[in-house]
Ligand binder design. Structure first.
Ligand SMILES: NC(=O)C1=CN([C@@H]2O[C@H](COP(=O)(O)OP(=O)(O)OC[C@H]3O[C@@H](n4cnc5c(N)ncnc54)[C@H](OP(=O)(O)O)[C@@H]3O)[C@@H](O)[C@H]2O)C=CC1
Ligand SMILES: O=C(O)C1=N[C@H](C(=O)O)C[C@H](O)C1
Length: 274
């Protein structure tokens, strides 16, 4: 079940669920505005009923009864992700959260204290997850290797993205261990089209859906520079990775795994990404 199929990521993920030959639950929680305005949304020809927040408990009971192998997927908004996770946890359902932002500590604590199975990660794209893992391995093995260097981070996303990239925040945390700590506020957020096209090289057709990240490390004397970059156009890479996460989680539930909370590095490590 994908919440919310009205959003850009939710819709792309629901399509990937269908492409993978899985059963898409034809219901989707959404924000009040969409549910009032539209009764359903089409996903690969399947009409998916939109459920407003005040209807979601009744709908959840229906879904739990009808779909025993249920895995929920959340791509909503930073402003509602904590409330959604509390709700999933309260209902004891396994869930994948790709939504960024919100209070991450609380989100994790709520999932943990309810004993839920969950995959929670700001980045679902296999190769970007591998890069994220590589930076963390570097940090664990060579702490302080870049001490004294200056770190500059720039991320560009579609204009509507309100929060700072969750991926950039995760990778900045590894850079901190490598000796170049910076704050979230130091991450440059680019959201305007001229800068995105002229400076970042975002193709015009992807202004509405892209994620370009650059991490630049410069030595104190300016003689040495490292630049790491991952530039993604569109949403397929995340949608496919999310399906991998849902399948991984279903397996963990059926195995009655003792470990219940996972991130995408766990999914990648187990060889569960196609
Ligand atoms: N982990 C990853 O790999 C990736 C994560 N993301 C993250 O996913 C999130 C969504 O991004 P995107 O799809 O671009 O955003 P959109 O704005 O396109 O979609 C957000 C959706 O959430 C819906 N919504 C709002 N309130 C609720 C609610 N209470 N319950 C259920 N649904 C609700 C909105 O519906 P309405 O219009 O009615 O308000 C809207 O359809 C962001 O946090 C983004 O950073 C994005 C890409 C990859
Ligand atoms: O909102 C997006 O689009 C994305 N959000 C995630 C993030 O904040 O890191 C992943 C990717 O950057 C796309």
């Amino acid at each position: 079940m994908v919440n919310s199929c009205t959003g850009k990521m939710g819709h792309a993920t629901a399509e990937a669920v269908v492409r993978a030959g899985l059963q898409l639950v034809p219901l989707s929680f959404t924000g009040a505005s969409e549910a009032v305005a539209v009764g359903n949304v089409g996903v690969a020809g399947i009409p998916v009923e939109l459920i407003a927040p005040e209807e979601r408990q009744a709908a959840m009971e229906r879904v739990k009864a009808q779909y025993p192998g249920l895995v929920l997927i959340d791509f909503t908004l930073p402003s509602v992700v904590n409330d959604n996770v509390e709700f999933y946890a309260h209902n004891g359902v396994p869930f994948v959260v790709g939504t960024t932002g919100g209070d991450r500590e609380k989100l994790l604590a709520d999932a943990q204290s309810a004993g839920c199975y969950a995959v929670i990660a700001p980045q679902m794209g296999k190769q970007v997850v591998a890069f994220q893992a590589a930076m963390e391995i570097l940090a664990q093995n060579f702490p302080g290797a870049f001490s004294g260097y200056k770190l500059e981070v720039t991320e560009s996303h579609q204009r509507q993205k309100a929060d700072t990239s969750g991926t950039a925040k995760a990778i900045v945390s590894s850079f901190g261990k490598l000796g170049t700590p910076i704050q979230e506020a130091d991450i440059e957020k680019v959201r305007d089209a001229p800068t995105q096209m002229d400076r970042m090289g975002v193709p015009e057709e992807h202004l509405g859906g892209h994620a370009f990240h650059t991490y630049r490390l410069t030595s104190p004397d300016g003689d040495v520079e490292f630049v790491f970059q991952h530039n993604v156009c569109g949403r397929t890479i995340y949608a496919e990775g999310t399906v991998d996460a849902a399948l991984f989680l279903a397996k963990k539930v059926s195995q009655k795994s003792e470990k219940r909370i996972f991130d995408m590095i766990d999914v990648l490590r187990e060889g569960s990404m196609r």
